[in-house]
Design a protein around this ligand. Structure first.
Ligand code: NAD
Ligand code: ZN
Ligand code: ZN
Length: 348
């Protein structure tokens, strides 16, 4: 079968012929229905040096996947061939305290995981291929009625990651609150939809591209702002000088972190989701009092079930453009130059 493989750090992936995967005990092979092209893959191709992560190439890209059960390894029960499924992406050890609650994104025994801190498409072969080996049947969630694999794929990362970030801040998002999403790409536009679907907060979206701001409005944003020198001030003006209760930064550059610190309210949350490589100096007068700053990585498996339910009910509907496997590299290149609104989903 054909697969889009990253073969070295700081290089573009190649479409090559590889053997079809065979499932071992407890494993499942899915026929891939959709594999989203995440900006994190651009960091893998162009930004990260060898040694930056505990795993590395060669492996097949695509960590945002859904498809149909194709073959079952020995001992797998409870899955029917042909059933539509979403793949939960961060694969932990399955046995530590975190994994037992479904928070395999924060596995505490990564030496026992199939790959430390990664999964299919992140160190192991992912979904930019006709078939994908899923390490353990527990990582497959049945798709609820009304959701097909192409629509479900972006929910597994572009949906799950902002969902986790937003869900942990729910107590701060009441009808008087303001939430800001910085960076309205694949993750950010779904983040706007999730905020609208799960909270009554006012939602402000910030991006540097006009087409992204149009998408934010379509996704339900109450206000949109073009990012620039005066953006934090504008957010303070909109909030009677107080600032935003929650800022979800889907970029993570020096500029957006500074914006977040300047725009967050006292006692608010500034959550860094983007891997933009920026740093935020923390000092007594540098960040608002009792503002909490955190990074988040992906989400939990129970949260993915919740996101799939939001998708099936039509409350969260990622915008996407499909690409053939032959055009997957073109999709990444377009993503890199701001040519994708929403998500690019590769349909092998
Ligand atoms: P994307 O390319 O689809 O979207 C990024 C958006 O940010 C674009 O719309 C772009 O115009 C906008 N942007 C860039 N610089 C900006 C600035 N200075 N101000 C305002 N907007 C700006 O990317 P994506 O796939 O949504 O991923 C976003 C980030 O999140 C990436 O860094 C990715 O690696 C990271 N990510 C993190 C996790 C996690 O678990 N923490 C999961 C997935 C992706
Ligand atoms: Zn991702
Ligand atoms: Zn674990």
């Amino acid at each position: 079968m054909r697969a889009l493989r990253l073969t070295a750090w700081k290089s573009e992936p190649e479409l090559v012929e590889v053997p079809e995967p065979q499932p071992g005990p407890g494993q499942v092979v899915i026929r891939v229905g959709g594999a989203g092209a995440c900006h994190s893959d651009l960091h893998l191709m162009y930004d990260f040096d060898a040694g930056a992560l505990p795993w590395g190439p060669p492996f097949t890209l695509g960590h945002e996947n859904a498809g149909w059960v194709h073959t079952l390894g020995p001992g797998v029960r409870g899955l029917e061939i042909g059933a539509p499924v979403a793949v939960y992406g961060p694969w932990g050890c399955g046995r530590c305290g975190r994994c037992r609650t479904g928070a395999e994104n924060y596995c505490e025994d990564v030496a026992e995981a199939p790959v430390p801190g990664g999964g299919g498409g992140l160190g192991l072969d992912g979904g930019m291929a006709e078939y994908m080996l899923v390490d353990d049947a527990r990582q497959l969630l049945p798709l609820p009625e009304g959701l097909d694999p192409v629509h479900a794929a972006p929910l597994t990362d572009a949906g799950l990651t902002p969902y986790h970030a937003i869900r942990r801040s729910w107590p701060k998002l009441d009808p008087r609150s303001t939430a800001v999403v910085v960076g309205v790409g694949g993750l950010g536009h779904v983040g706007v939809q999730i905020l609208k679907a799960t909270t009554a907060a006012r939602v402000v979206a910030v991006d540097g591209r006009d087409s992204a701001l149009d998408l934010a409005l379509k996704a339900g944003a109450d206000e949109v702002l073009r990012s620039g020198a005066g953006t934090a001030e504008e957010i303070r003006r909109m909030t009677a000088g107080q600032g935003a209760d929650v800022v979800i930064d889907c970029v993570g550059s020096d500029a957006t972190l500074a914006l977040g610190a300047a725009a967050t309210r006292v006692l608010g949350d500034l959550t860094i989701v983007g891997l933009g490589g920026g740093t935020l100096p923390v000092s007594f007068f540098g960040v608002p009092y009792e503002a909490s700053v955190q990074t988040t990585y992906w989400g939990t498996r129970p949260e993915l079930a919740e996101v799939l339910a939001l998708g099936a009910r039509g409350l969260v509907t990622p915008e996407f453009r499909t690409f053939a496997l032959d055009d997957a590299l073109a999709a990444y290149r377009a993503l890199r130059t701001g040519g994708i609104d929403g998500r690019a989903v590769v349909v092998p």
